[in-house]
Design a protein around this ligand. Structure first.
Ligand SMILES: [Cu+2]
Length: 620
């Protein structure tokens, strides 16, 4: 590249201005001033290019190399003066293969051109060539190895024992996990356990005794990070009217809280856009279905007398972008609930219209649903129990079908997506950092909980293609009362099953950890620090990361709180961000109806979908 002396001079000055932030670790000296006035030396055209840092000796197919092994070259003129502002182009020097990432880098004032996100697709031995103008340098060899099978299938760790069957499970803002069962191993009332995974295995979990039986309650995390637990177990099909709130800061349960108007057994609790909580459905202490939702506001429960509706157990419901509560199922007909409107019937109103229905024309009992991105719901599996208590049409076998519901359009709009490879009931759907949805466990057989149909093979759904991919299988039957929970490190805990008291459902006081394929694709971005962990809406904050140039996506997922094949707390947003030198600037959603206040796991991802470890961020 031929550059006029004047142009080179200007580029050199521009390069120097930038060098203080971009090249702090280089060990070359800057050109010395050659005139008494301090004017800078003016470099001639590039005459030499040399490797300053070699690419990795070994890498995986398509891996985005670590910043510490991204190649760097230095460009000098015929007099050994560093040349600034010239573009260096990288390419593969030999053998088939495709260079991935940004193949050009511009020299700074010290003549260094640093690449930031290179990788090679194509196995075998490669060298890279770096050229500028008519000069070129060749790197040392890079051996690119094929990805391991786990990069496609993921991997299950062996089972890990608990003292209880952790069939209700929540990830708390402290990173600890609160879980409870129906019974202790001696058959007495199940007591919650608080497990700190950094301390030891789940058997080291502390018992945090509750006054009442929390089995079959509904739960979700409040805006301040406490866990709201509504209702509980009086006896089978009969609920308690109690409210329990666990404070992760004091690691204790609040006492003396206002009760609900009705007992609730199998209700769903949801955090609303403004931080209020709502409890919907369940059966009361007399085993009657509770028709009126109750909303937690000003530290008490208020009945929504205008919103009487008969819904089956554990409604799959989400706050929609319009701020209303969206009931996605199990019933065929979906509905919106406006919690504040007042009609002649009272406060609160359900609305629906023609077309507010599943495409699969049966009740999706014990299917799972997730809001995997803003206003986008995946409802998958379910059905298969002809004895299920609903007036809706019922299927005799569980379904493999899945459908998406887009709440961002007026309508909303239902679409078929591909069916899973297995029909499933009692499955768990879990949002992954990369935007895909993992499905674990369940049974493919009809009837309430037929163990012979237990599905061990996991599957993952890609929202961009609508396809399901088969993953590795876990070792234990996990059907009714199984859970799955995304952990901050990007793995998924899949555990529990049984503990219902009836003999053919074996108790599974254990979990297995699933390591998704993205953990086998090489270098993982790391987050060094956050400028703040308490943020508000429409706020931009800084994430310090040496991987900034490799980040292609930022997402956050609300901490999970799961039971009975549904996580009432997880939901995800894709966040806007910009890349800077050594940092990424992330902007939070505009308001609570896009991301209800509370705690989220923030992930940064590279182009392979490899996520960082999640950092917990509190938005309010
Ligand atoms: Cu149950």
């Amino acid at each position: 590249m031929l550059v006029s002396r004047r142009a080179t001079h200007l580029l050199l000055a521009a390069g120097l201005a930038a060098s203080s932030v971009t090249c702090g670790d280089e060990n070359l000296t800057r050109p010395t001033p050659d005139t008494p006035s301090g004017e800078l030396a003016v470099a001639g055209p590039p005459a030499k290019i040399n490797m300053n840092r070699q690419p990795p000796a070994n890498a995986l197919d398509r891996e985005v190399w670590d910043p510490s092994t991204q190649p760097r070259v230095v460009v000098r003129d015929a007099s050994n003066v560093a040349v600034a502002g010239v573009v260096v182009t990288a390419s593969i020097a030999n053998s088939p293969g495709t260079l991935q990432g940004t193949a050009t880098a511009t020299t700074a004032a010290n003549g260094l051109a640093t690449f930031t996100d290179l990788g090679i697709a194509g196995t075998g031995q490669h060298t890279l060539r770096f050229t500028t103008g008519s000069v070129a340098a060749t790197s040392s060899a890079i051996t690119v190895n094929a990805l391991p099978p786990e990069a496609t299938m993921g991997k299950w760790d062996p089972p890990v024992a608990w003292d209880i069957v952790p069939l209700h499970m929540s990830l708390l803002p402290t990173g600890k996990i609160l879980a409870w069962s129906k019974y202790e191993s001696d058959g007495t009332m199940g007591m919650p356990r608080l497990w700190d995974p950094t301390i030891g295995p789940p058997t080291t979990a502390l018992m945090v005794a509750a006054d009442t039986m929390l089995f079959c309650s509904g739960h979700a995390l409040m805006a301040d990070g406490r866990l709201m637990v509504s209702g509980g177990h009086k006896k089978d099909d009969r609920g308690l009217d109690v409210t329990n709130i666990f404070d992760p800061a004091t690691e204790s349960w609040a006492s003396g809280l206002p009760k609900m108007a009705k007992g609730r057994w199998y209700p769903t609790v949801t955090a609303l856009a403004d931080g209020r909580m709502i409890t919907v459905a369940g059966r009361d202490s007399a085993s009657a279905v509770v028709l009126l939702p109750e909303i937690w506001e000003n530290n008490q429960w208020v009945r929504l007398t205008g919103a009487s509706l008969k819904l089956p157990y554990y409604p799959r419901q989400f706050v929609a972008p319009n701020g209303k509560l969206f009931y996605a199922g199990e019933r065929v007909k979906a509905r919106y609930l406006d919690v504040d409107v007042v009609t002649t019937s009272g406060r609160g109103q359900w609305s629906s219209s023609t077309g507010f229905t599943h495409l699969w024309p049966y009740n999706r009992d014990y299917g799972s649903a997730v809001m995997y991105d803003l206003g986008k719901v995946l409802y998958v599996g379910g059905g298969g129990d002809l004895n299920w208590s609903t007036t809706d049409p019922k299927a005799s076998a569980p379904t493999a079908t899945a459908e998406t519901i887009d709440l961002n359009v007026t309508g909303p709009h239902w679409s078929n997506t591909d069916p899973m490879h297995f029909p499933r009931r009692h499955l768990n759907a879990t949002i992954l950092p990369d935007g895909q949805v993992l499905v674990t466990g369940g049974t493919s057989a009809g009837g309430f909980n037929t163990l012979s149909g237990a599905v061990h093979t996991a599957e993952v759904w890609d929202p961009t293609t609508g396809h399901w991919s088969l993953l590795a299988g876990n070792s234990i039957d996990r059907v009714y009362h199984s859970v799955s929970l995304l952990l901050p490190d990007g793995t998924v805990l899949h555990g529990a099953s049984g503990d219902a008291g009836e003999p053919p459902y074996p108790r599974q006081p254990n979990h297995e950890i699933f390591r998704p394929p993205y953990l086998f694709k090489g270098v993982r971005p790391t987050i060094t620090s956050l400028s703040k962990t308490n943020v508000t809406y429409a706020e931009t904050f800084t994430v310090t990361t040496a991987y900034a140039a490799q980040i292609t996506k930022a997402r956050w997922i609300r901490l999970g709180s799961v039971t009975h094949a549904f996580d009432a707390n997880q939901r995800a947003n894709t966040l806007t961000f910009s890349r800077g030198s050594g940092k990424v600037r992330v902007t939070t959603p505009a308001f609570g109806r896009r991301a209800p206040p509370g705690h989220y796991l923030l992930f940064l991802l590279n182009r392979n979908g490899v996520p960082s470890v999640g950092r917990i961020v509190h938005v309010q």
